[in-house]
Design a protein around this ligand. Structure first.
Ligand code: ARG
Length: 263
């Protein structure tokens, strides 16, 4: 995770961002600390990367890389405003490599925004494209991780990263918002996950798909109350988290969290 010390909305690269309104970094920091402390209370280890004062979106650690089995694929951002985050996250991994077992660290050739667009479900990588990550990056990820990568095309600019429209609940279960995907990608998701939890417009608008599950607890934006009810009925333990200040930049629970899967 990356502390939002320098968080602000100073440019607009997605429809949620209003630079003329800005954001309150101290409120963002309080909310973010709530999420970090919640992870710790649930027994998860949280590591922090030092925030860079020139990178107001660096709090969205999910975009910094993709880590599977100790292999680290760096990010290459679509927009120049975030470009320096790619090398910043890569050097953090390089510093950690010896003690933490990150054997192979790769600077990417193609635009990919890390776990914003790559989500691991079981041994399959679901990969978003349409707004940020480019399709040829999916081939690069498949070759690098040696895992099947399923390309999914996003069509609604409000849901510009895969993790704003789809969330992994367990090794076999996902939830997603169908209208965020192209017709073909919807058909593909129905085939692969016939029992998926289907989100509605109000869930997606509350950023409810930007959730993180440990297989039992599902941490999701507090405003996504309908979706929380559906998850509870499925046997999960939904926990609402208020990250409303970070939503002003178009991010929430999952965006703030890069999952580390050491080898
Ligand atoms: N303002 C950031 C952007 O538009 C938000 C990134 C949210 N991160 C995510 N994983 N969806 O790039």
């Amino acid at each position: 995770m990356c502390r939002p010390t320098h968080f602000d909305v100073t440019y607009a690269i997605n429809p949620w961002m209003r630079p003329e309104e800005g954001a309150d970094p101290s409120r963002a920091l309080r909310q973010w600390a709530g999420l970090r402390d919640l992870y710790r209370r649930l027994g998860h280890t949280v590591q922090e990367i030092r925030p860079d004062p020139s990178l107001p979106d660096m709090v969205f650690a999910a975009n910094g890389a993709t880590v599977i089995g100790g292999r680290v694929l760096g990010a290459r951002f679509r927009h120049p405003e975030r470009a320096a985050e790619g090398p910043a996250y890569l050097s953090w991994f390089a510093e950690q490599a010896a003690d933490r077992g990150y054997g192979t660290i790769r600077a990417p050739r193609f635009v990919n925004e890390g776990e914003g667009d790559y989500l691991l479900v079981g041994r399959t990588v679901l990969a978003g494209t349409g707004f940020r990550t480019e399709p040829r990056a999916h081939e690069e990820a498949e070759e690098f991780f040696g895992l099947p990568v399923v390309t999914l095309t996003l069509v609604d600019p409000a849901y510009y990263h895969l993790d704003t429209a789809l969330s992994v609940l367990s090794d076999t279960e996902i939830m997603y918002y169908p209208p965020a995907f192209s017709e073909g990608s919807r058909a593909l998701l129905e085939t692969l996950f016939p029992d998926a939890v289907l989100a509605e417009a109000e869930d997606a608008a509350a950023f409810g798909l930007n959730a993180l599950s440990d297989g039992r607890h599902v941490l999701l934006p507090a405003a996504a109350t309908r979706l929380a009810g559906v998850l509870a009925a499925r046997g999960f333990e939904p926990i609402g988290v208020d990250l409303s200040e970070l939503l002003k930049a178009g991010g929430s629970v999952k965006c703030c969290t890069l999952e580390l899967r050491p080898g």
